[in-house]
Every structure is written in C-alpha cells, then in structure tokens.
Write a protein that binds this ligand. Sequence first.
Ligand SMILES: NCCC[C@H](NC(=O)CCC(=O)O)C(=O)O
Length: 456
Amino acid sequence: MSSNKNMAYEFNFDGLVGPTHNYAGLSLGNVASTSNANLVARPKEAAKQGLQKMKALHDLGLKQGVIAPMERPDVATLRRLGFTGTDAQVIIKAAKQAPKVLAACSSASSMWTANACTMAPSSDTADEKVHFTPANLANKFHRSIEHETTGRILQAMFKDENHFVHHPALPMGDHFGDEGAANHTRFVDVNSEKGYGKKGLHFFVYGKYAFDASKPAPHKFPARQTFEASQAVARLHMLDSDNVVFAQQSPNVIDKGVFHNDVISVGNGNVLFAHQKAFLNQMQVYTDLERAFDGEEFHVVEVGANDVSVEDAVKSYLFNSQLVTLPDGNMAIIAPGECESVPAVKEYLDWLVEQDTPIKEVKIFDVKQSMQNGGGPACLRQRIVLNETEVSAMNQNVIMNDDLFATLNAWVEKHYRDTLTEDDLADPSLLNESRMALDELTKILNLGSVYPFQQV
Ligand SMILES: NCCC[C@H](NC(=O)CCC(=O)O)C(=O)O
C-alpha cells in the first residue's frame, strides 16, 4: 500500500510566544522558573526573539513552521474552579481570592512546543501515517490545561485523515505523566537516499517508573515523565519494537534541575550529544542505541563532567540547543546566548567545533525572555518529519517564509504589551487584548475556530 515514498524533511515548529508571557514561578524543579518568579516580563520582546530564531533557521535553508499559542487567561478553567459572573468578573474574583491560581491559568507556557506532543513520521509507523499525541503535562497544573487546545491546533495544521492520525493525550495523573518530545528523540541516517524519511530509531527517556516503587527515582524534584507513559506513546504510534530504545534519566540530575531530558542531551541524525551524567546506566544506553541504529555510523558526543558540570549545563542550557543538519550536510548547534556567558561552556564549544565530529558550527541566539522561565532554543520547537506528499497535504499558512515573518512581527507589534507583571494579570482588559490578537491570528494561520472563546 505504500505510495511512492518521497523525500522527507525535518521541520522545526516553534511556539509563538503568547501575549500573557510572564514570570510566575510555577515550575518546581525548573530552577530558572522558580528563581525568576516576579521578574517583570517583556511579552513583545519575547515574541520577537522567538520569531527571529524561526526566521534565522528558515534563512539557513531549514524547514520552519509556527504553532499558535493558547487563549489565556483560561476563563473556562477558572469557571471549573468555581469563579462566576461575566468573564471580567471571573478574572477580578480570581485575582482577589486566588492570585496564584489566576497566574497559573494565565501562563504563556504553551510557547515551549517541545512539550506540545510527541510525533512519529509515516516511515516509522505500522499504518504508514503520521501520528501525534499531545502531551498531558500532568505534573504541572498550569501546563495540564494545554493539551485539548494543542490537539485542536495540531488538527487544524494537519487535517487530512489520509495522512495524519491524532490521538488524545494520555490519561491524566502522575502515573502517565507525559512531557512530549522534550523526552523523545528520533535518530535516523540522514545521509541515506531518503534523508529524514528513512525508518528512524525512537529514543524515549523517562524519569521514573510509576508502577514499580523499587526502581530508583529522584528525591527532591519531580520526575515528570514515566516509563509507562513513554511506553504508551510508543504503542499508540505503532512503532516497531526493534526501532525503539527506552532509557531512564539519572535521578541525581533531575534533583539538580534537569526537569526534562532535553536539558541534558539532544540528538539529531546519527548523533547523540549528551552530558556524561545524563542517564542511569549510561554505557548501556549508548550500546542499546548503537545496536538499534540502522545506518553506517552512530556518534556519541559526550561532554565530561570535568569539562562542563551539571550545574553549568543547567545554567547555560548547553544541551537545550537545537542540533540541526544544514543543507551542506554538516551539523550546527543552535545555542542560547547564555552559553557564551558561562566560561566552561564557551570554552567547550570553541574546542568542540575543532574536533572530528559531525558538529561543525555553533550559532548563538538571544531567547532570554524564554530562558528566564527555563525554556531554551530546543524547548521552543517541536520537530515534525514529513515527506513531500504530507507537506502538500498540510495547512500551508503555518509554514514560515519572509511574508509570514513580516506579518507576525506586525501582529505582535500591534497587539502585545511591552511589559507584564503578575499584578497586571488582574486586569480583565488583558483577556480582551489577547482574544482580539488570537482571533486575528487564526485568520493569518488559517486555523479556524480552535479557541474556547471562538466556540461559543
Ligand atoms: N521545556 C521548557 C519548559 C519550561 C516550562 N516553564 C514554565 O512553565 C515556567 C512558567 C512560570 O514559572 O511562569 C516548564 O517548566 O514546563
């Protein structure tokens, strides 16, 4: 039944930062989030920093797309929590009675689209369709309210049922805590004829076992992803078990602030770039990957703890870089500006590009507004592999190009505030501003009515 499978590409779909971007200290275990609580946020600057990164990757010749943000404050959730009256009254009451709950319902956290879902390309699935499972993000209340709208947005982007399968998020609760692609990497021999369209190897990393208390787990901070959740996603996506490797993150590094695997390792093509302390049974993980990888050579570029400490990795977000294959076949690291200000990391990167590895270049981006909430370049993107037929079948308005970049910049300029504090969240006009912006955005991106306020 396989149609003539054509060339496939890896897209980076970045989250557009929403108009309510703020610092509310909502994520225990995420050091930047808790230590920058109450900082004055700059939503307009945040959204523009994100757009600059998208445009730059597009200019490098990479495929780039954009994912729309959520409607925030989330009035529907506030109503479920007992706040009543008009939408404005709901916000005013919540601000007075439960300001922290209002802040949680106002977070622009959907910008980190690495956590939006896990996807599997049609080359890897038994039914030869592209599969998506939105992440339930069960561990953090402010993120657990994202998945329904995320699912609607993904369906509005990838509608054609002949090619795209959309699963609901896994059941809520700690046992099936799922954080999406922040804990999932697909390796593939990009030098093969089919490029990203060759059958790939799915690497699922979890923080703990939910149904086996005898297994090691972190003590101080939560493990957000469970083994059972990763297994469920692999099942839903109909992956061949020969093409799947599961690995447990080191509980010690979770306790040092590594709340997702993409804070301590990143992979692309035939390369795993990882810190020496990333995994439990690290050597076994390398052996499993090397054995399961279908291709000429699998490279592990390991960063020693003596060169870069776990603390410096968390501070700089070295591993939250994007590792991309440029059109000339070389790989580049798309790193956050903070990598330049942590001396050990800067020194390491200067040294790395001189070595005989596939990684030849480092490109630095300023995403500081997102970084201050614990989101680096890799958190801001969801990787989606599509062949040419699937690219033609998807919503074309979400693909980045010079026109869309200009349109979205003007849209941000028109609708976003320069600054936002937690106190500003009590202002009901923020909701109206946000809805007006999103209503316009759904037209720009041709999404239809994906937001609750558009469905009444
Ligand atoms: N992949 C990066 C995710 C960062 C995100 N931060 C936040 O939600 C912080 C929001 C705040 O504290 O205002 C998180 O921890 O899930």
